[in-house]
Design a protein around this ligand. Sequence first.
Ligand SMILES: Nc1ncnc2c1ncn2[C@@H]1O[C@H](COP(=O)(O)OP(=O)(O)OP(=O)(O)O)[C@@H](O)[C@H]1O
Length: 588
Amino acid sequence: MASKKREIQLQAVVNSQSLWDEMLQNKGLTVIDVYQAWCGPCKAMQTLFRKLKNELNEDEILHFVVAEADSVVTLQPFRDKCEPVFLFSVNGKIISKIKGANAPLVNQKIINLINEERKIAAGEMARPQYHEILFVDSDTEEAGEAPYESAEQICSIAIIKPDAVITRKDREIKEKIIKAGFVIEAEDKRVLTEEQVRDFYSRIADEPEFEDFVRFMTSGLSYILVIAPGNERQPPWEETEANPETEPKEPSEDQEETATAMKTKWESLQECLERQHISHFCDVEDNTTDVNKFIDIFFPNFKNMKSIKLERIMALLRPDLFQQRKEDVLDIIQDEGFKILMQRQIVLSEVEAQTLCKKYENEVYFGSLIENMTSGPSLALVLLRDNGLQHWKELIGPSTVEEAKKNLPESLCAQFAMGSLPINQLYGSDSLEAAEKEILHFFPPQNTLAVIKPHVTHQEREEILSLIKEAGFDITQVKEMLLTEELAEKIYFKIKGKDFYKDVLAVLSEGPSMVMVLTKWNAVSEWRRLMGPTDPEEAKLLSPDSIRAQFGRSVLKNAVHGSSNTYEAMETINRLFEEFVSENPEEN
Ligand SMILES: Nc1ncnc2c1ncn2[C@@H]1O[C@H](COP(=O)(O)OP(=O)(O)OP(=O)(O)O)[C@@H](O)[C@H]1O
């Protein structure tokens, strides 16, 4: 009984249109649980609301309400729905709604909106222009007319700073964020412009060392992440569990509730970073308005990116298929919407063949299978596609020809069956983790040095960087530097004796160049292919899509430079990126 009374105190009951209109007079944020008379308000969320009420301690600007859909005319579109709906009203305007008892999402939403109210009250930000949401029947909404709020609307933006990227801590930071139950919805590695840094960090612009900070933030690559609270997120149990020594064996009703409240403490991204001691490498913005603004700046295609789940897998055409029907298979792969990111012919070693064929090791034909697999070149491919893993599995079909012919005659396994083997002539990674391992093994990354020359405009530079990323290169290092004679020599030592060398130096001295380490399998020759021939006129004829064809102006102003071979790549990277080499001694 006692707890029922507290529920009523926690959430005001709105069961008529006049009470609804009165409720809209509330100042600040009102969280409204819209419920059906026949099932009552959402019990599961009351613990969360109580916790937030206590922790935020903002009774003037944080109100909780339960509203009965059947008794309030405004709520008619929500009648007879099975799932609870939570509405968020700010100063009488309903600005957001969340369907279902998604506690992490609701928790984050309330914290964000209250933080916003606090900043507005402190004069740190202007009140955003909220758009009032329309209530339409939720079945229509599901048809795509006016979608409910999803994680993307309550994301945070995190920036992993250049010092963490240069020392390769970014991977560890991302793993920790994911392990804590957050979801990385989008990510990009780039050098922030001065304008972007000033904008993102405007709240600390008055600090005395801000100018040095801007210089530091624009000095190298940062990681920009859009992070959402995952639905499966667990509270950090170990920190919030009640102390067993002070707890009685038989907890009272009140104590049970407190313990539950403690267990449902979802941490914010900032808290998560602090708990894991990585907050000094990573800055977070979670103000909804700012997050949306920065998503627009950094990820203009965010909505599309979110709906597409691009997956990289490794596929393999076994030797007989490769020799006899390679072109047919490659056509099908492309028709099925796969992008071939990398491909190479490879004669598998015995160990490699045994690893890839492990699931057949107990079969009588295992010995002849390994013999066949090592008898000549296979074709290894890295394929990219929306839902790539599942789609490839479905396309190639079962492991054995017998099963494919019986059950899935249209599968590639059945279509491309060859007498030499009882198993599928096509291989695909079993899982995304396995795919990453296999790709690393069969397509080991290589570094090359790339330079974008000074005559390239800012806009052209952005376009070149997009081409680089599209071609699957990882920009592992980047520096903007004026290539003085001394520095240019570190790159162009092999043409020092040429009569055009002084002209090359003159072109490089015109302004800062963007000097990068690009990483990918076969990076040296892949980058040279993407650059195109030295002379842009020749490039236009021979390789019109190449960078030099598109952005070169003359042989001297040919937009980009790339190492000619792996030795030169290693030498020049050593000379220009000492810190990178000491962090990555094994590469190249
Ligand atoms: N005949 C030439 N006349 C003038 N400049 C030239 C000539 N040949 C090359 N260059 C310039 O010198 C640079 C280095 O020449 P190199 O022979 O190494 O060509 P590359 O390997 O295609 O280009 P890069 O080394 O810049 O990637 C070229 O990028 C170009 O700008």
